[in-house]
Design a protein around this ligand. Structure first.
Ligand SMILES: [Zn+2]
Length: 212
């Protein structure tokens, strides 16, 4: 058999093997993710929510990056996606509105919101541009990345929209709940941008199967 044909035959056999092997759904296994990522995503989704993106105030950050990175957070199995929620961005309307707001514009949503932090008011999940661009003093002092802070703030504020209140540190040295206001202190917990398994489980339980 000519070499090219042999390579073809071998790769065909490989593809057949891949297709024949049962898709082992191990979310953290990168090879399993690449093989059946789409199928897994839909298999595990128990609730689909639609959201739109708007700005308020003087926004200078790239909206292209904001939209892309927010969707990355939503698509990540470590996030609420792991709690069974699939997020789909729509041009307008949807179930909630994700806002990138200038610091001064944040309190225009509610007097309970401050210009210093991000906030959630009704259907509005409001990310403070100051935090989006520069993370928080505690986060930066710990040497954590701005990208991880962005995961944290999107997960935290969206967690409020999903119905979760603030949570406290479980034990010193443990990862902080994503619903802990970590920028204001962690009581000995480690900074953590992703929902703890218990937080994801609460969302999973709250989502009724078949509700889409
Ligand atoms: Zn909060």
């Amino acid at each position: 058999m000519p070499r090219a044909a042999r390579v073809l035959a071998l790769s065909a056999a490989f593809v057949v093997t891949m297709l024949a092997s049962p898709a082992t759904a191990v979310p953290d296994n990168s090879s399993a993710r690449s093989a059946g990522h789409e199928a897994e995503r839909h298999a595990a989704a128990r609730r689909e929510v639609a959201y739109s993106v708007i700005t308020r105030g003087n926004v200078t950050a790239s909206m292209k990056v904001f939209r892309r990175q927010a969707q990355e957070t939503y698509d990540d199995q470590r996030g609420w996606r792991g709690g069974g929620v699939e997020f789909r961005r729509v041009r307008r309307g949807g179930d909630f509105t994700l806002v990138l707001a200038s610091a001064r514009a944040v309190p225009t949503f509610s007097s309970s919101c401050s210009a210093t932090w991000s906030c959630r008011v009704g259907r509005f999940v409001i990310i403070n541009q100051l935090r989006w661009k520069h993370a928080s003093p505690a986060w930066n002092a710990a040497g954590r990345s701005t990208r991880d802070y962005r995961h944290l703030v999107v997960n935290h504020e969206t967690g409020h929209w999903l119905g979760l209140d603030h949570a406290g540190c479980g034990a010193p040295g443990a990862r902080a709940p994503v619903m802990m206001p970590q920028s204001k202190g962690t009581d000995g917990c480690r900074l953590n941008p992703w929902p703890l398994p218990g937080e994801a489980a609460r969302i999973r339980r709250a989502v009724r199967p078949g509700e889409r």
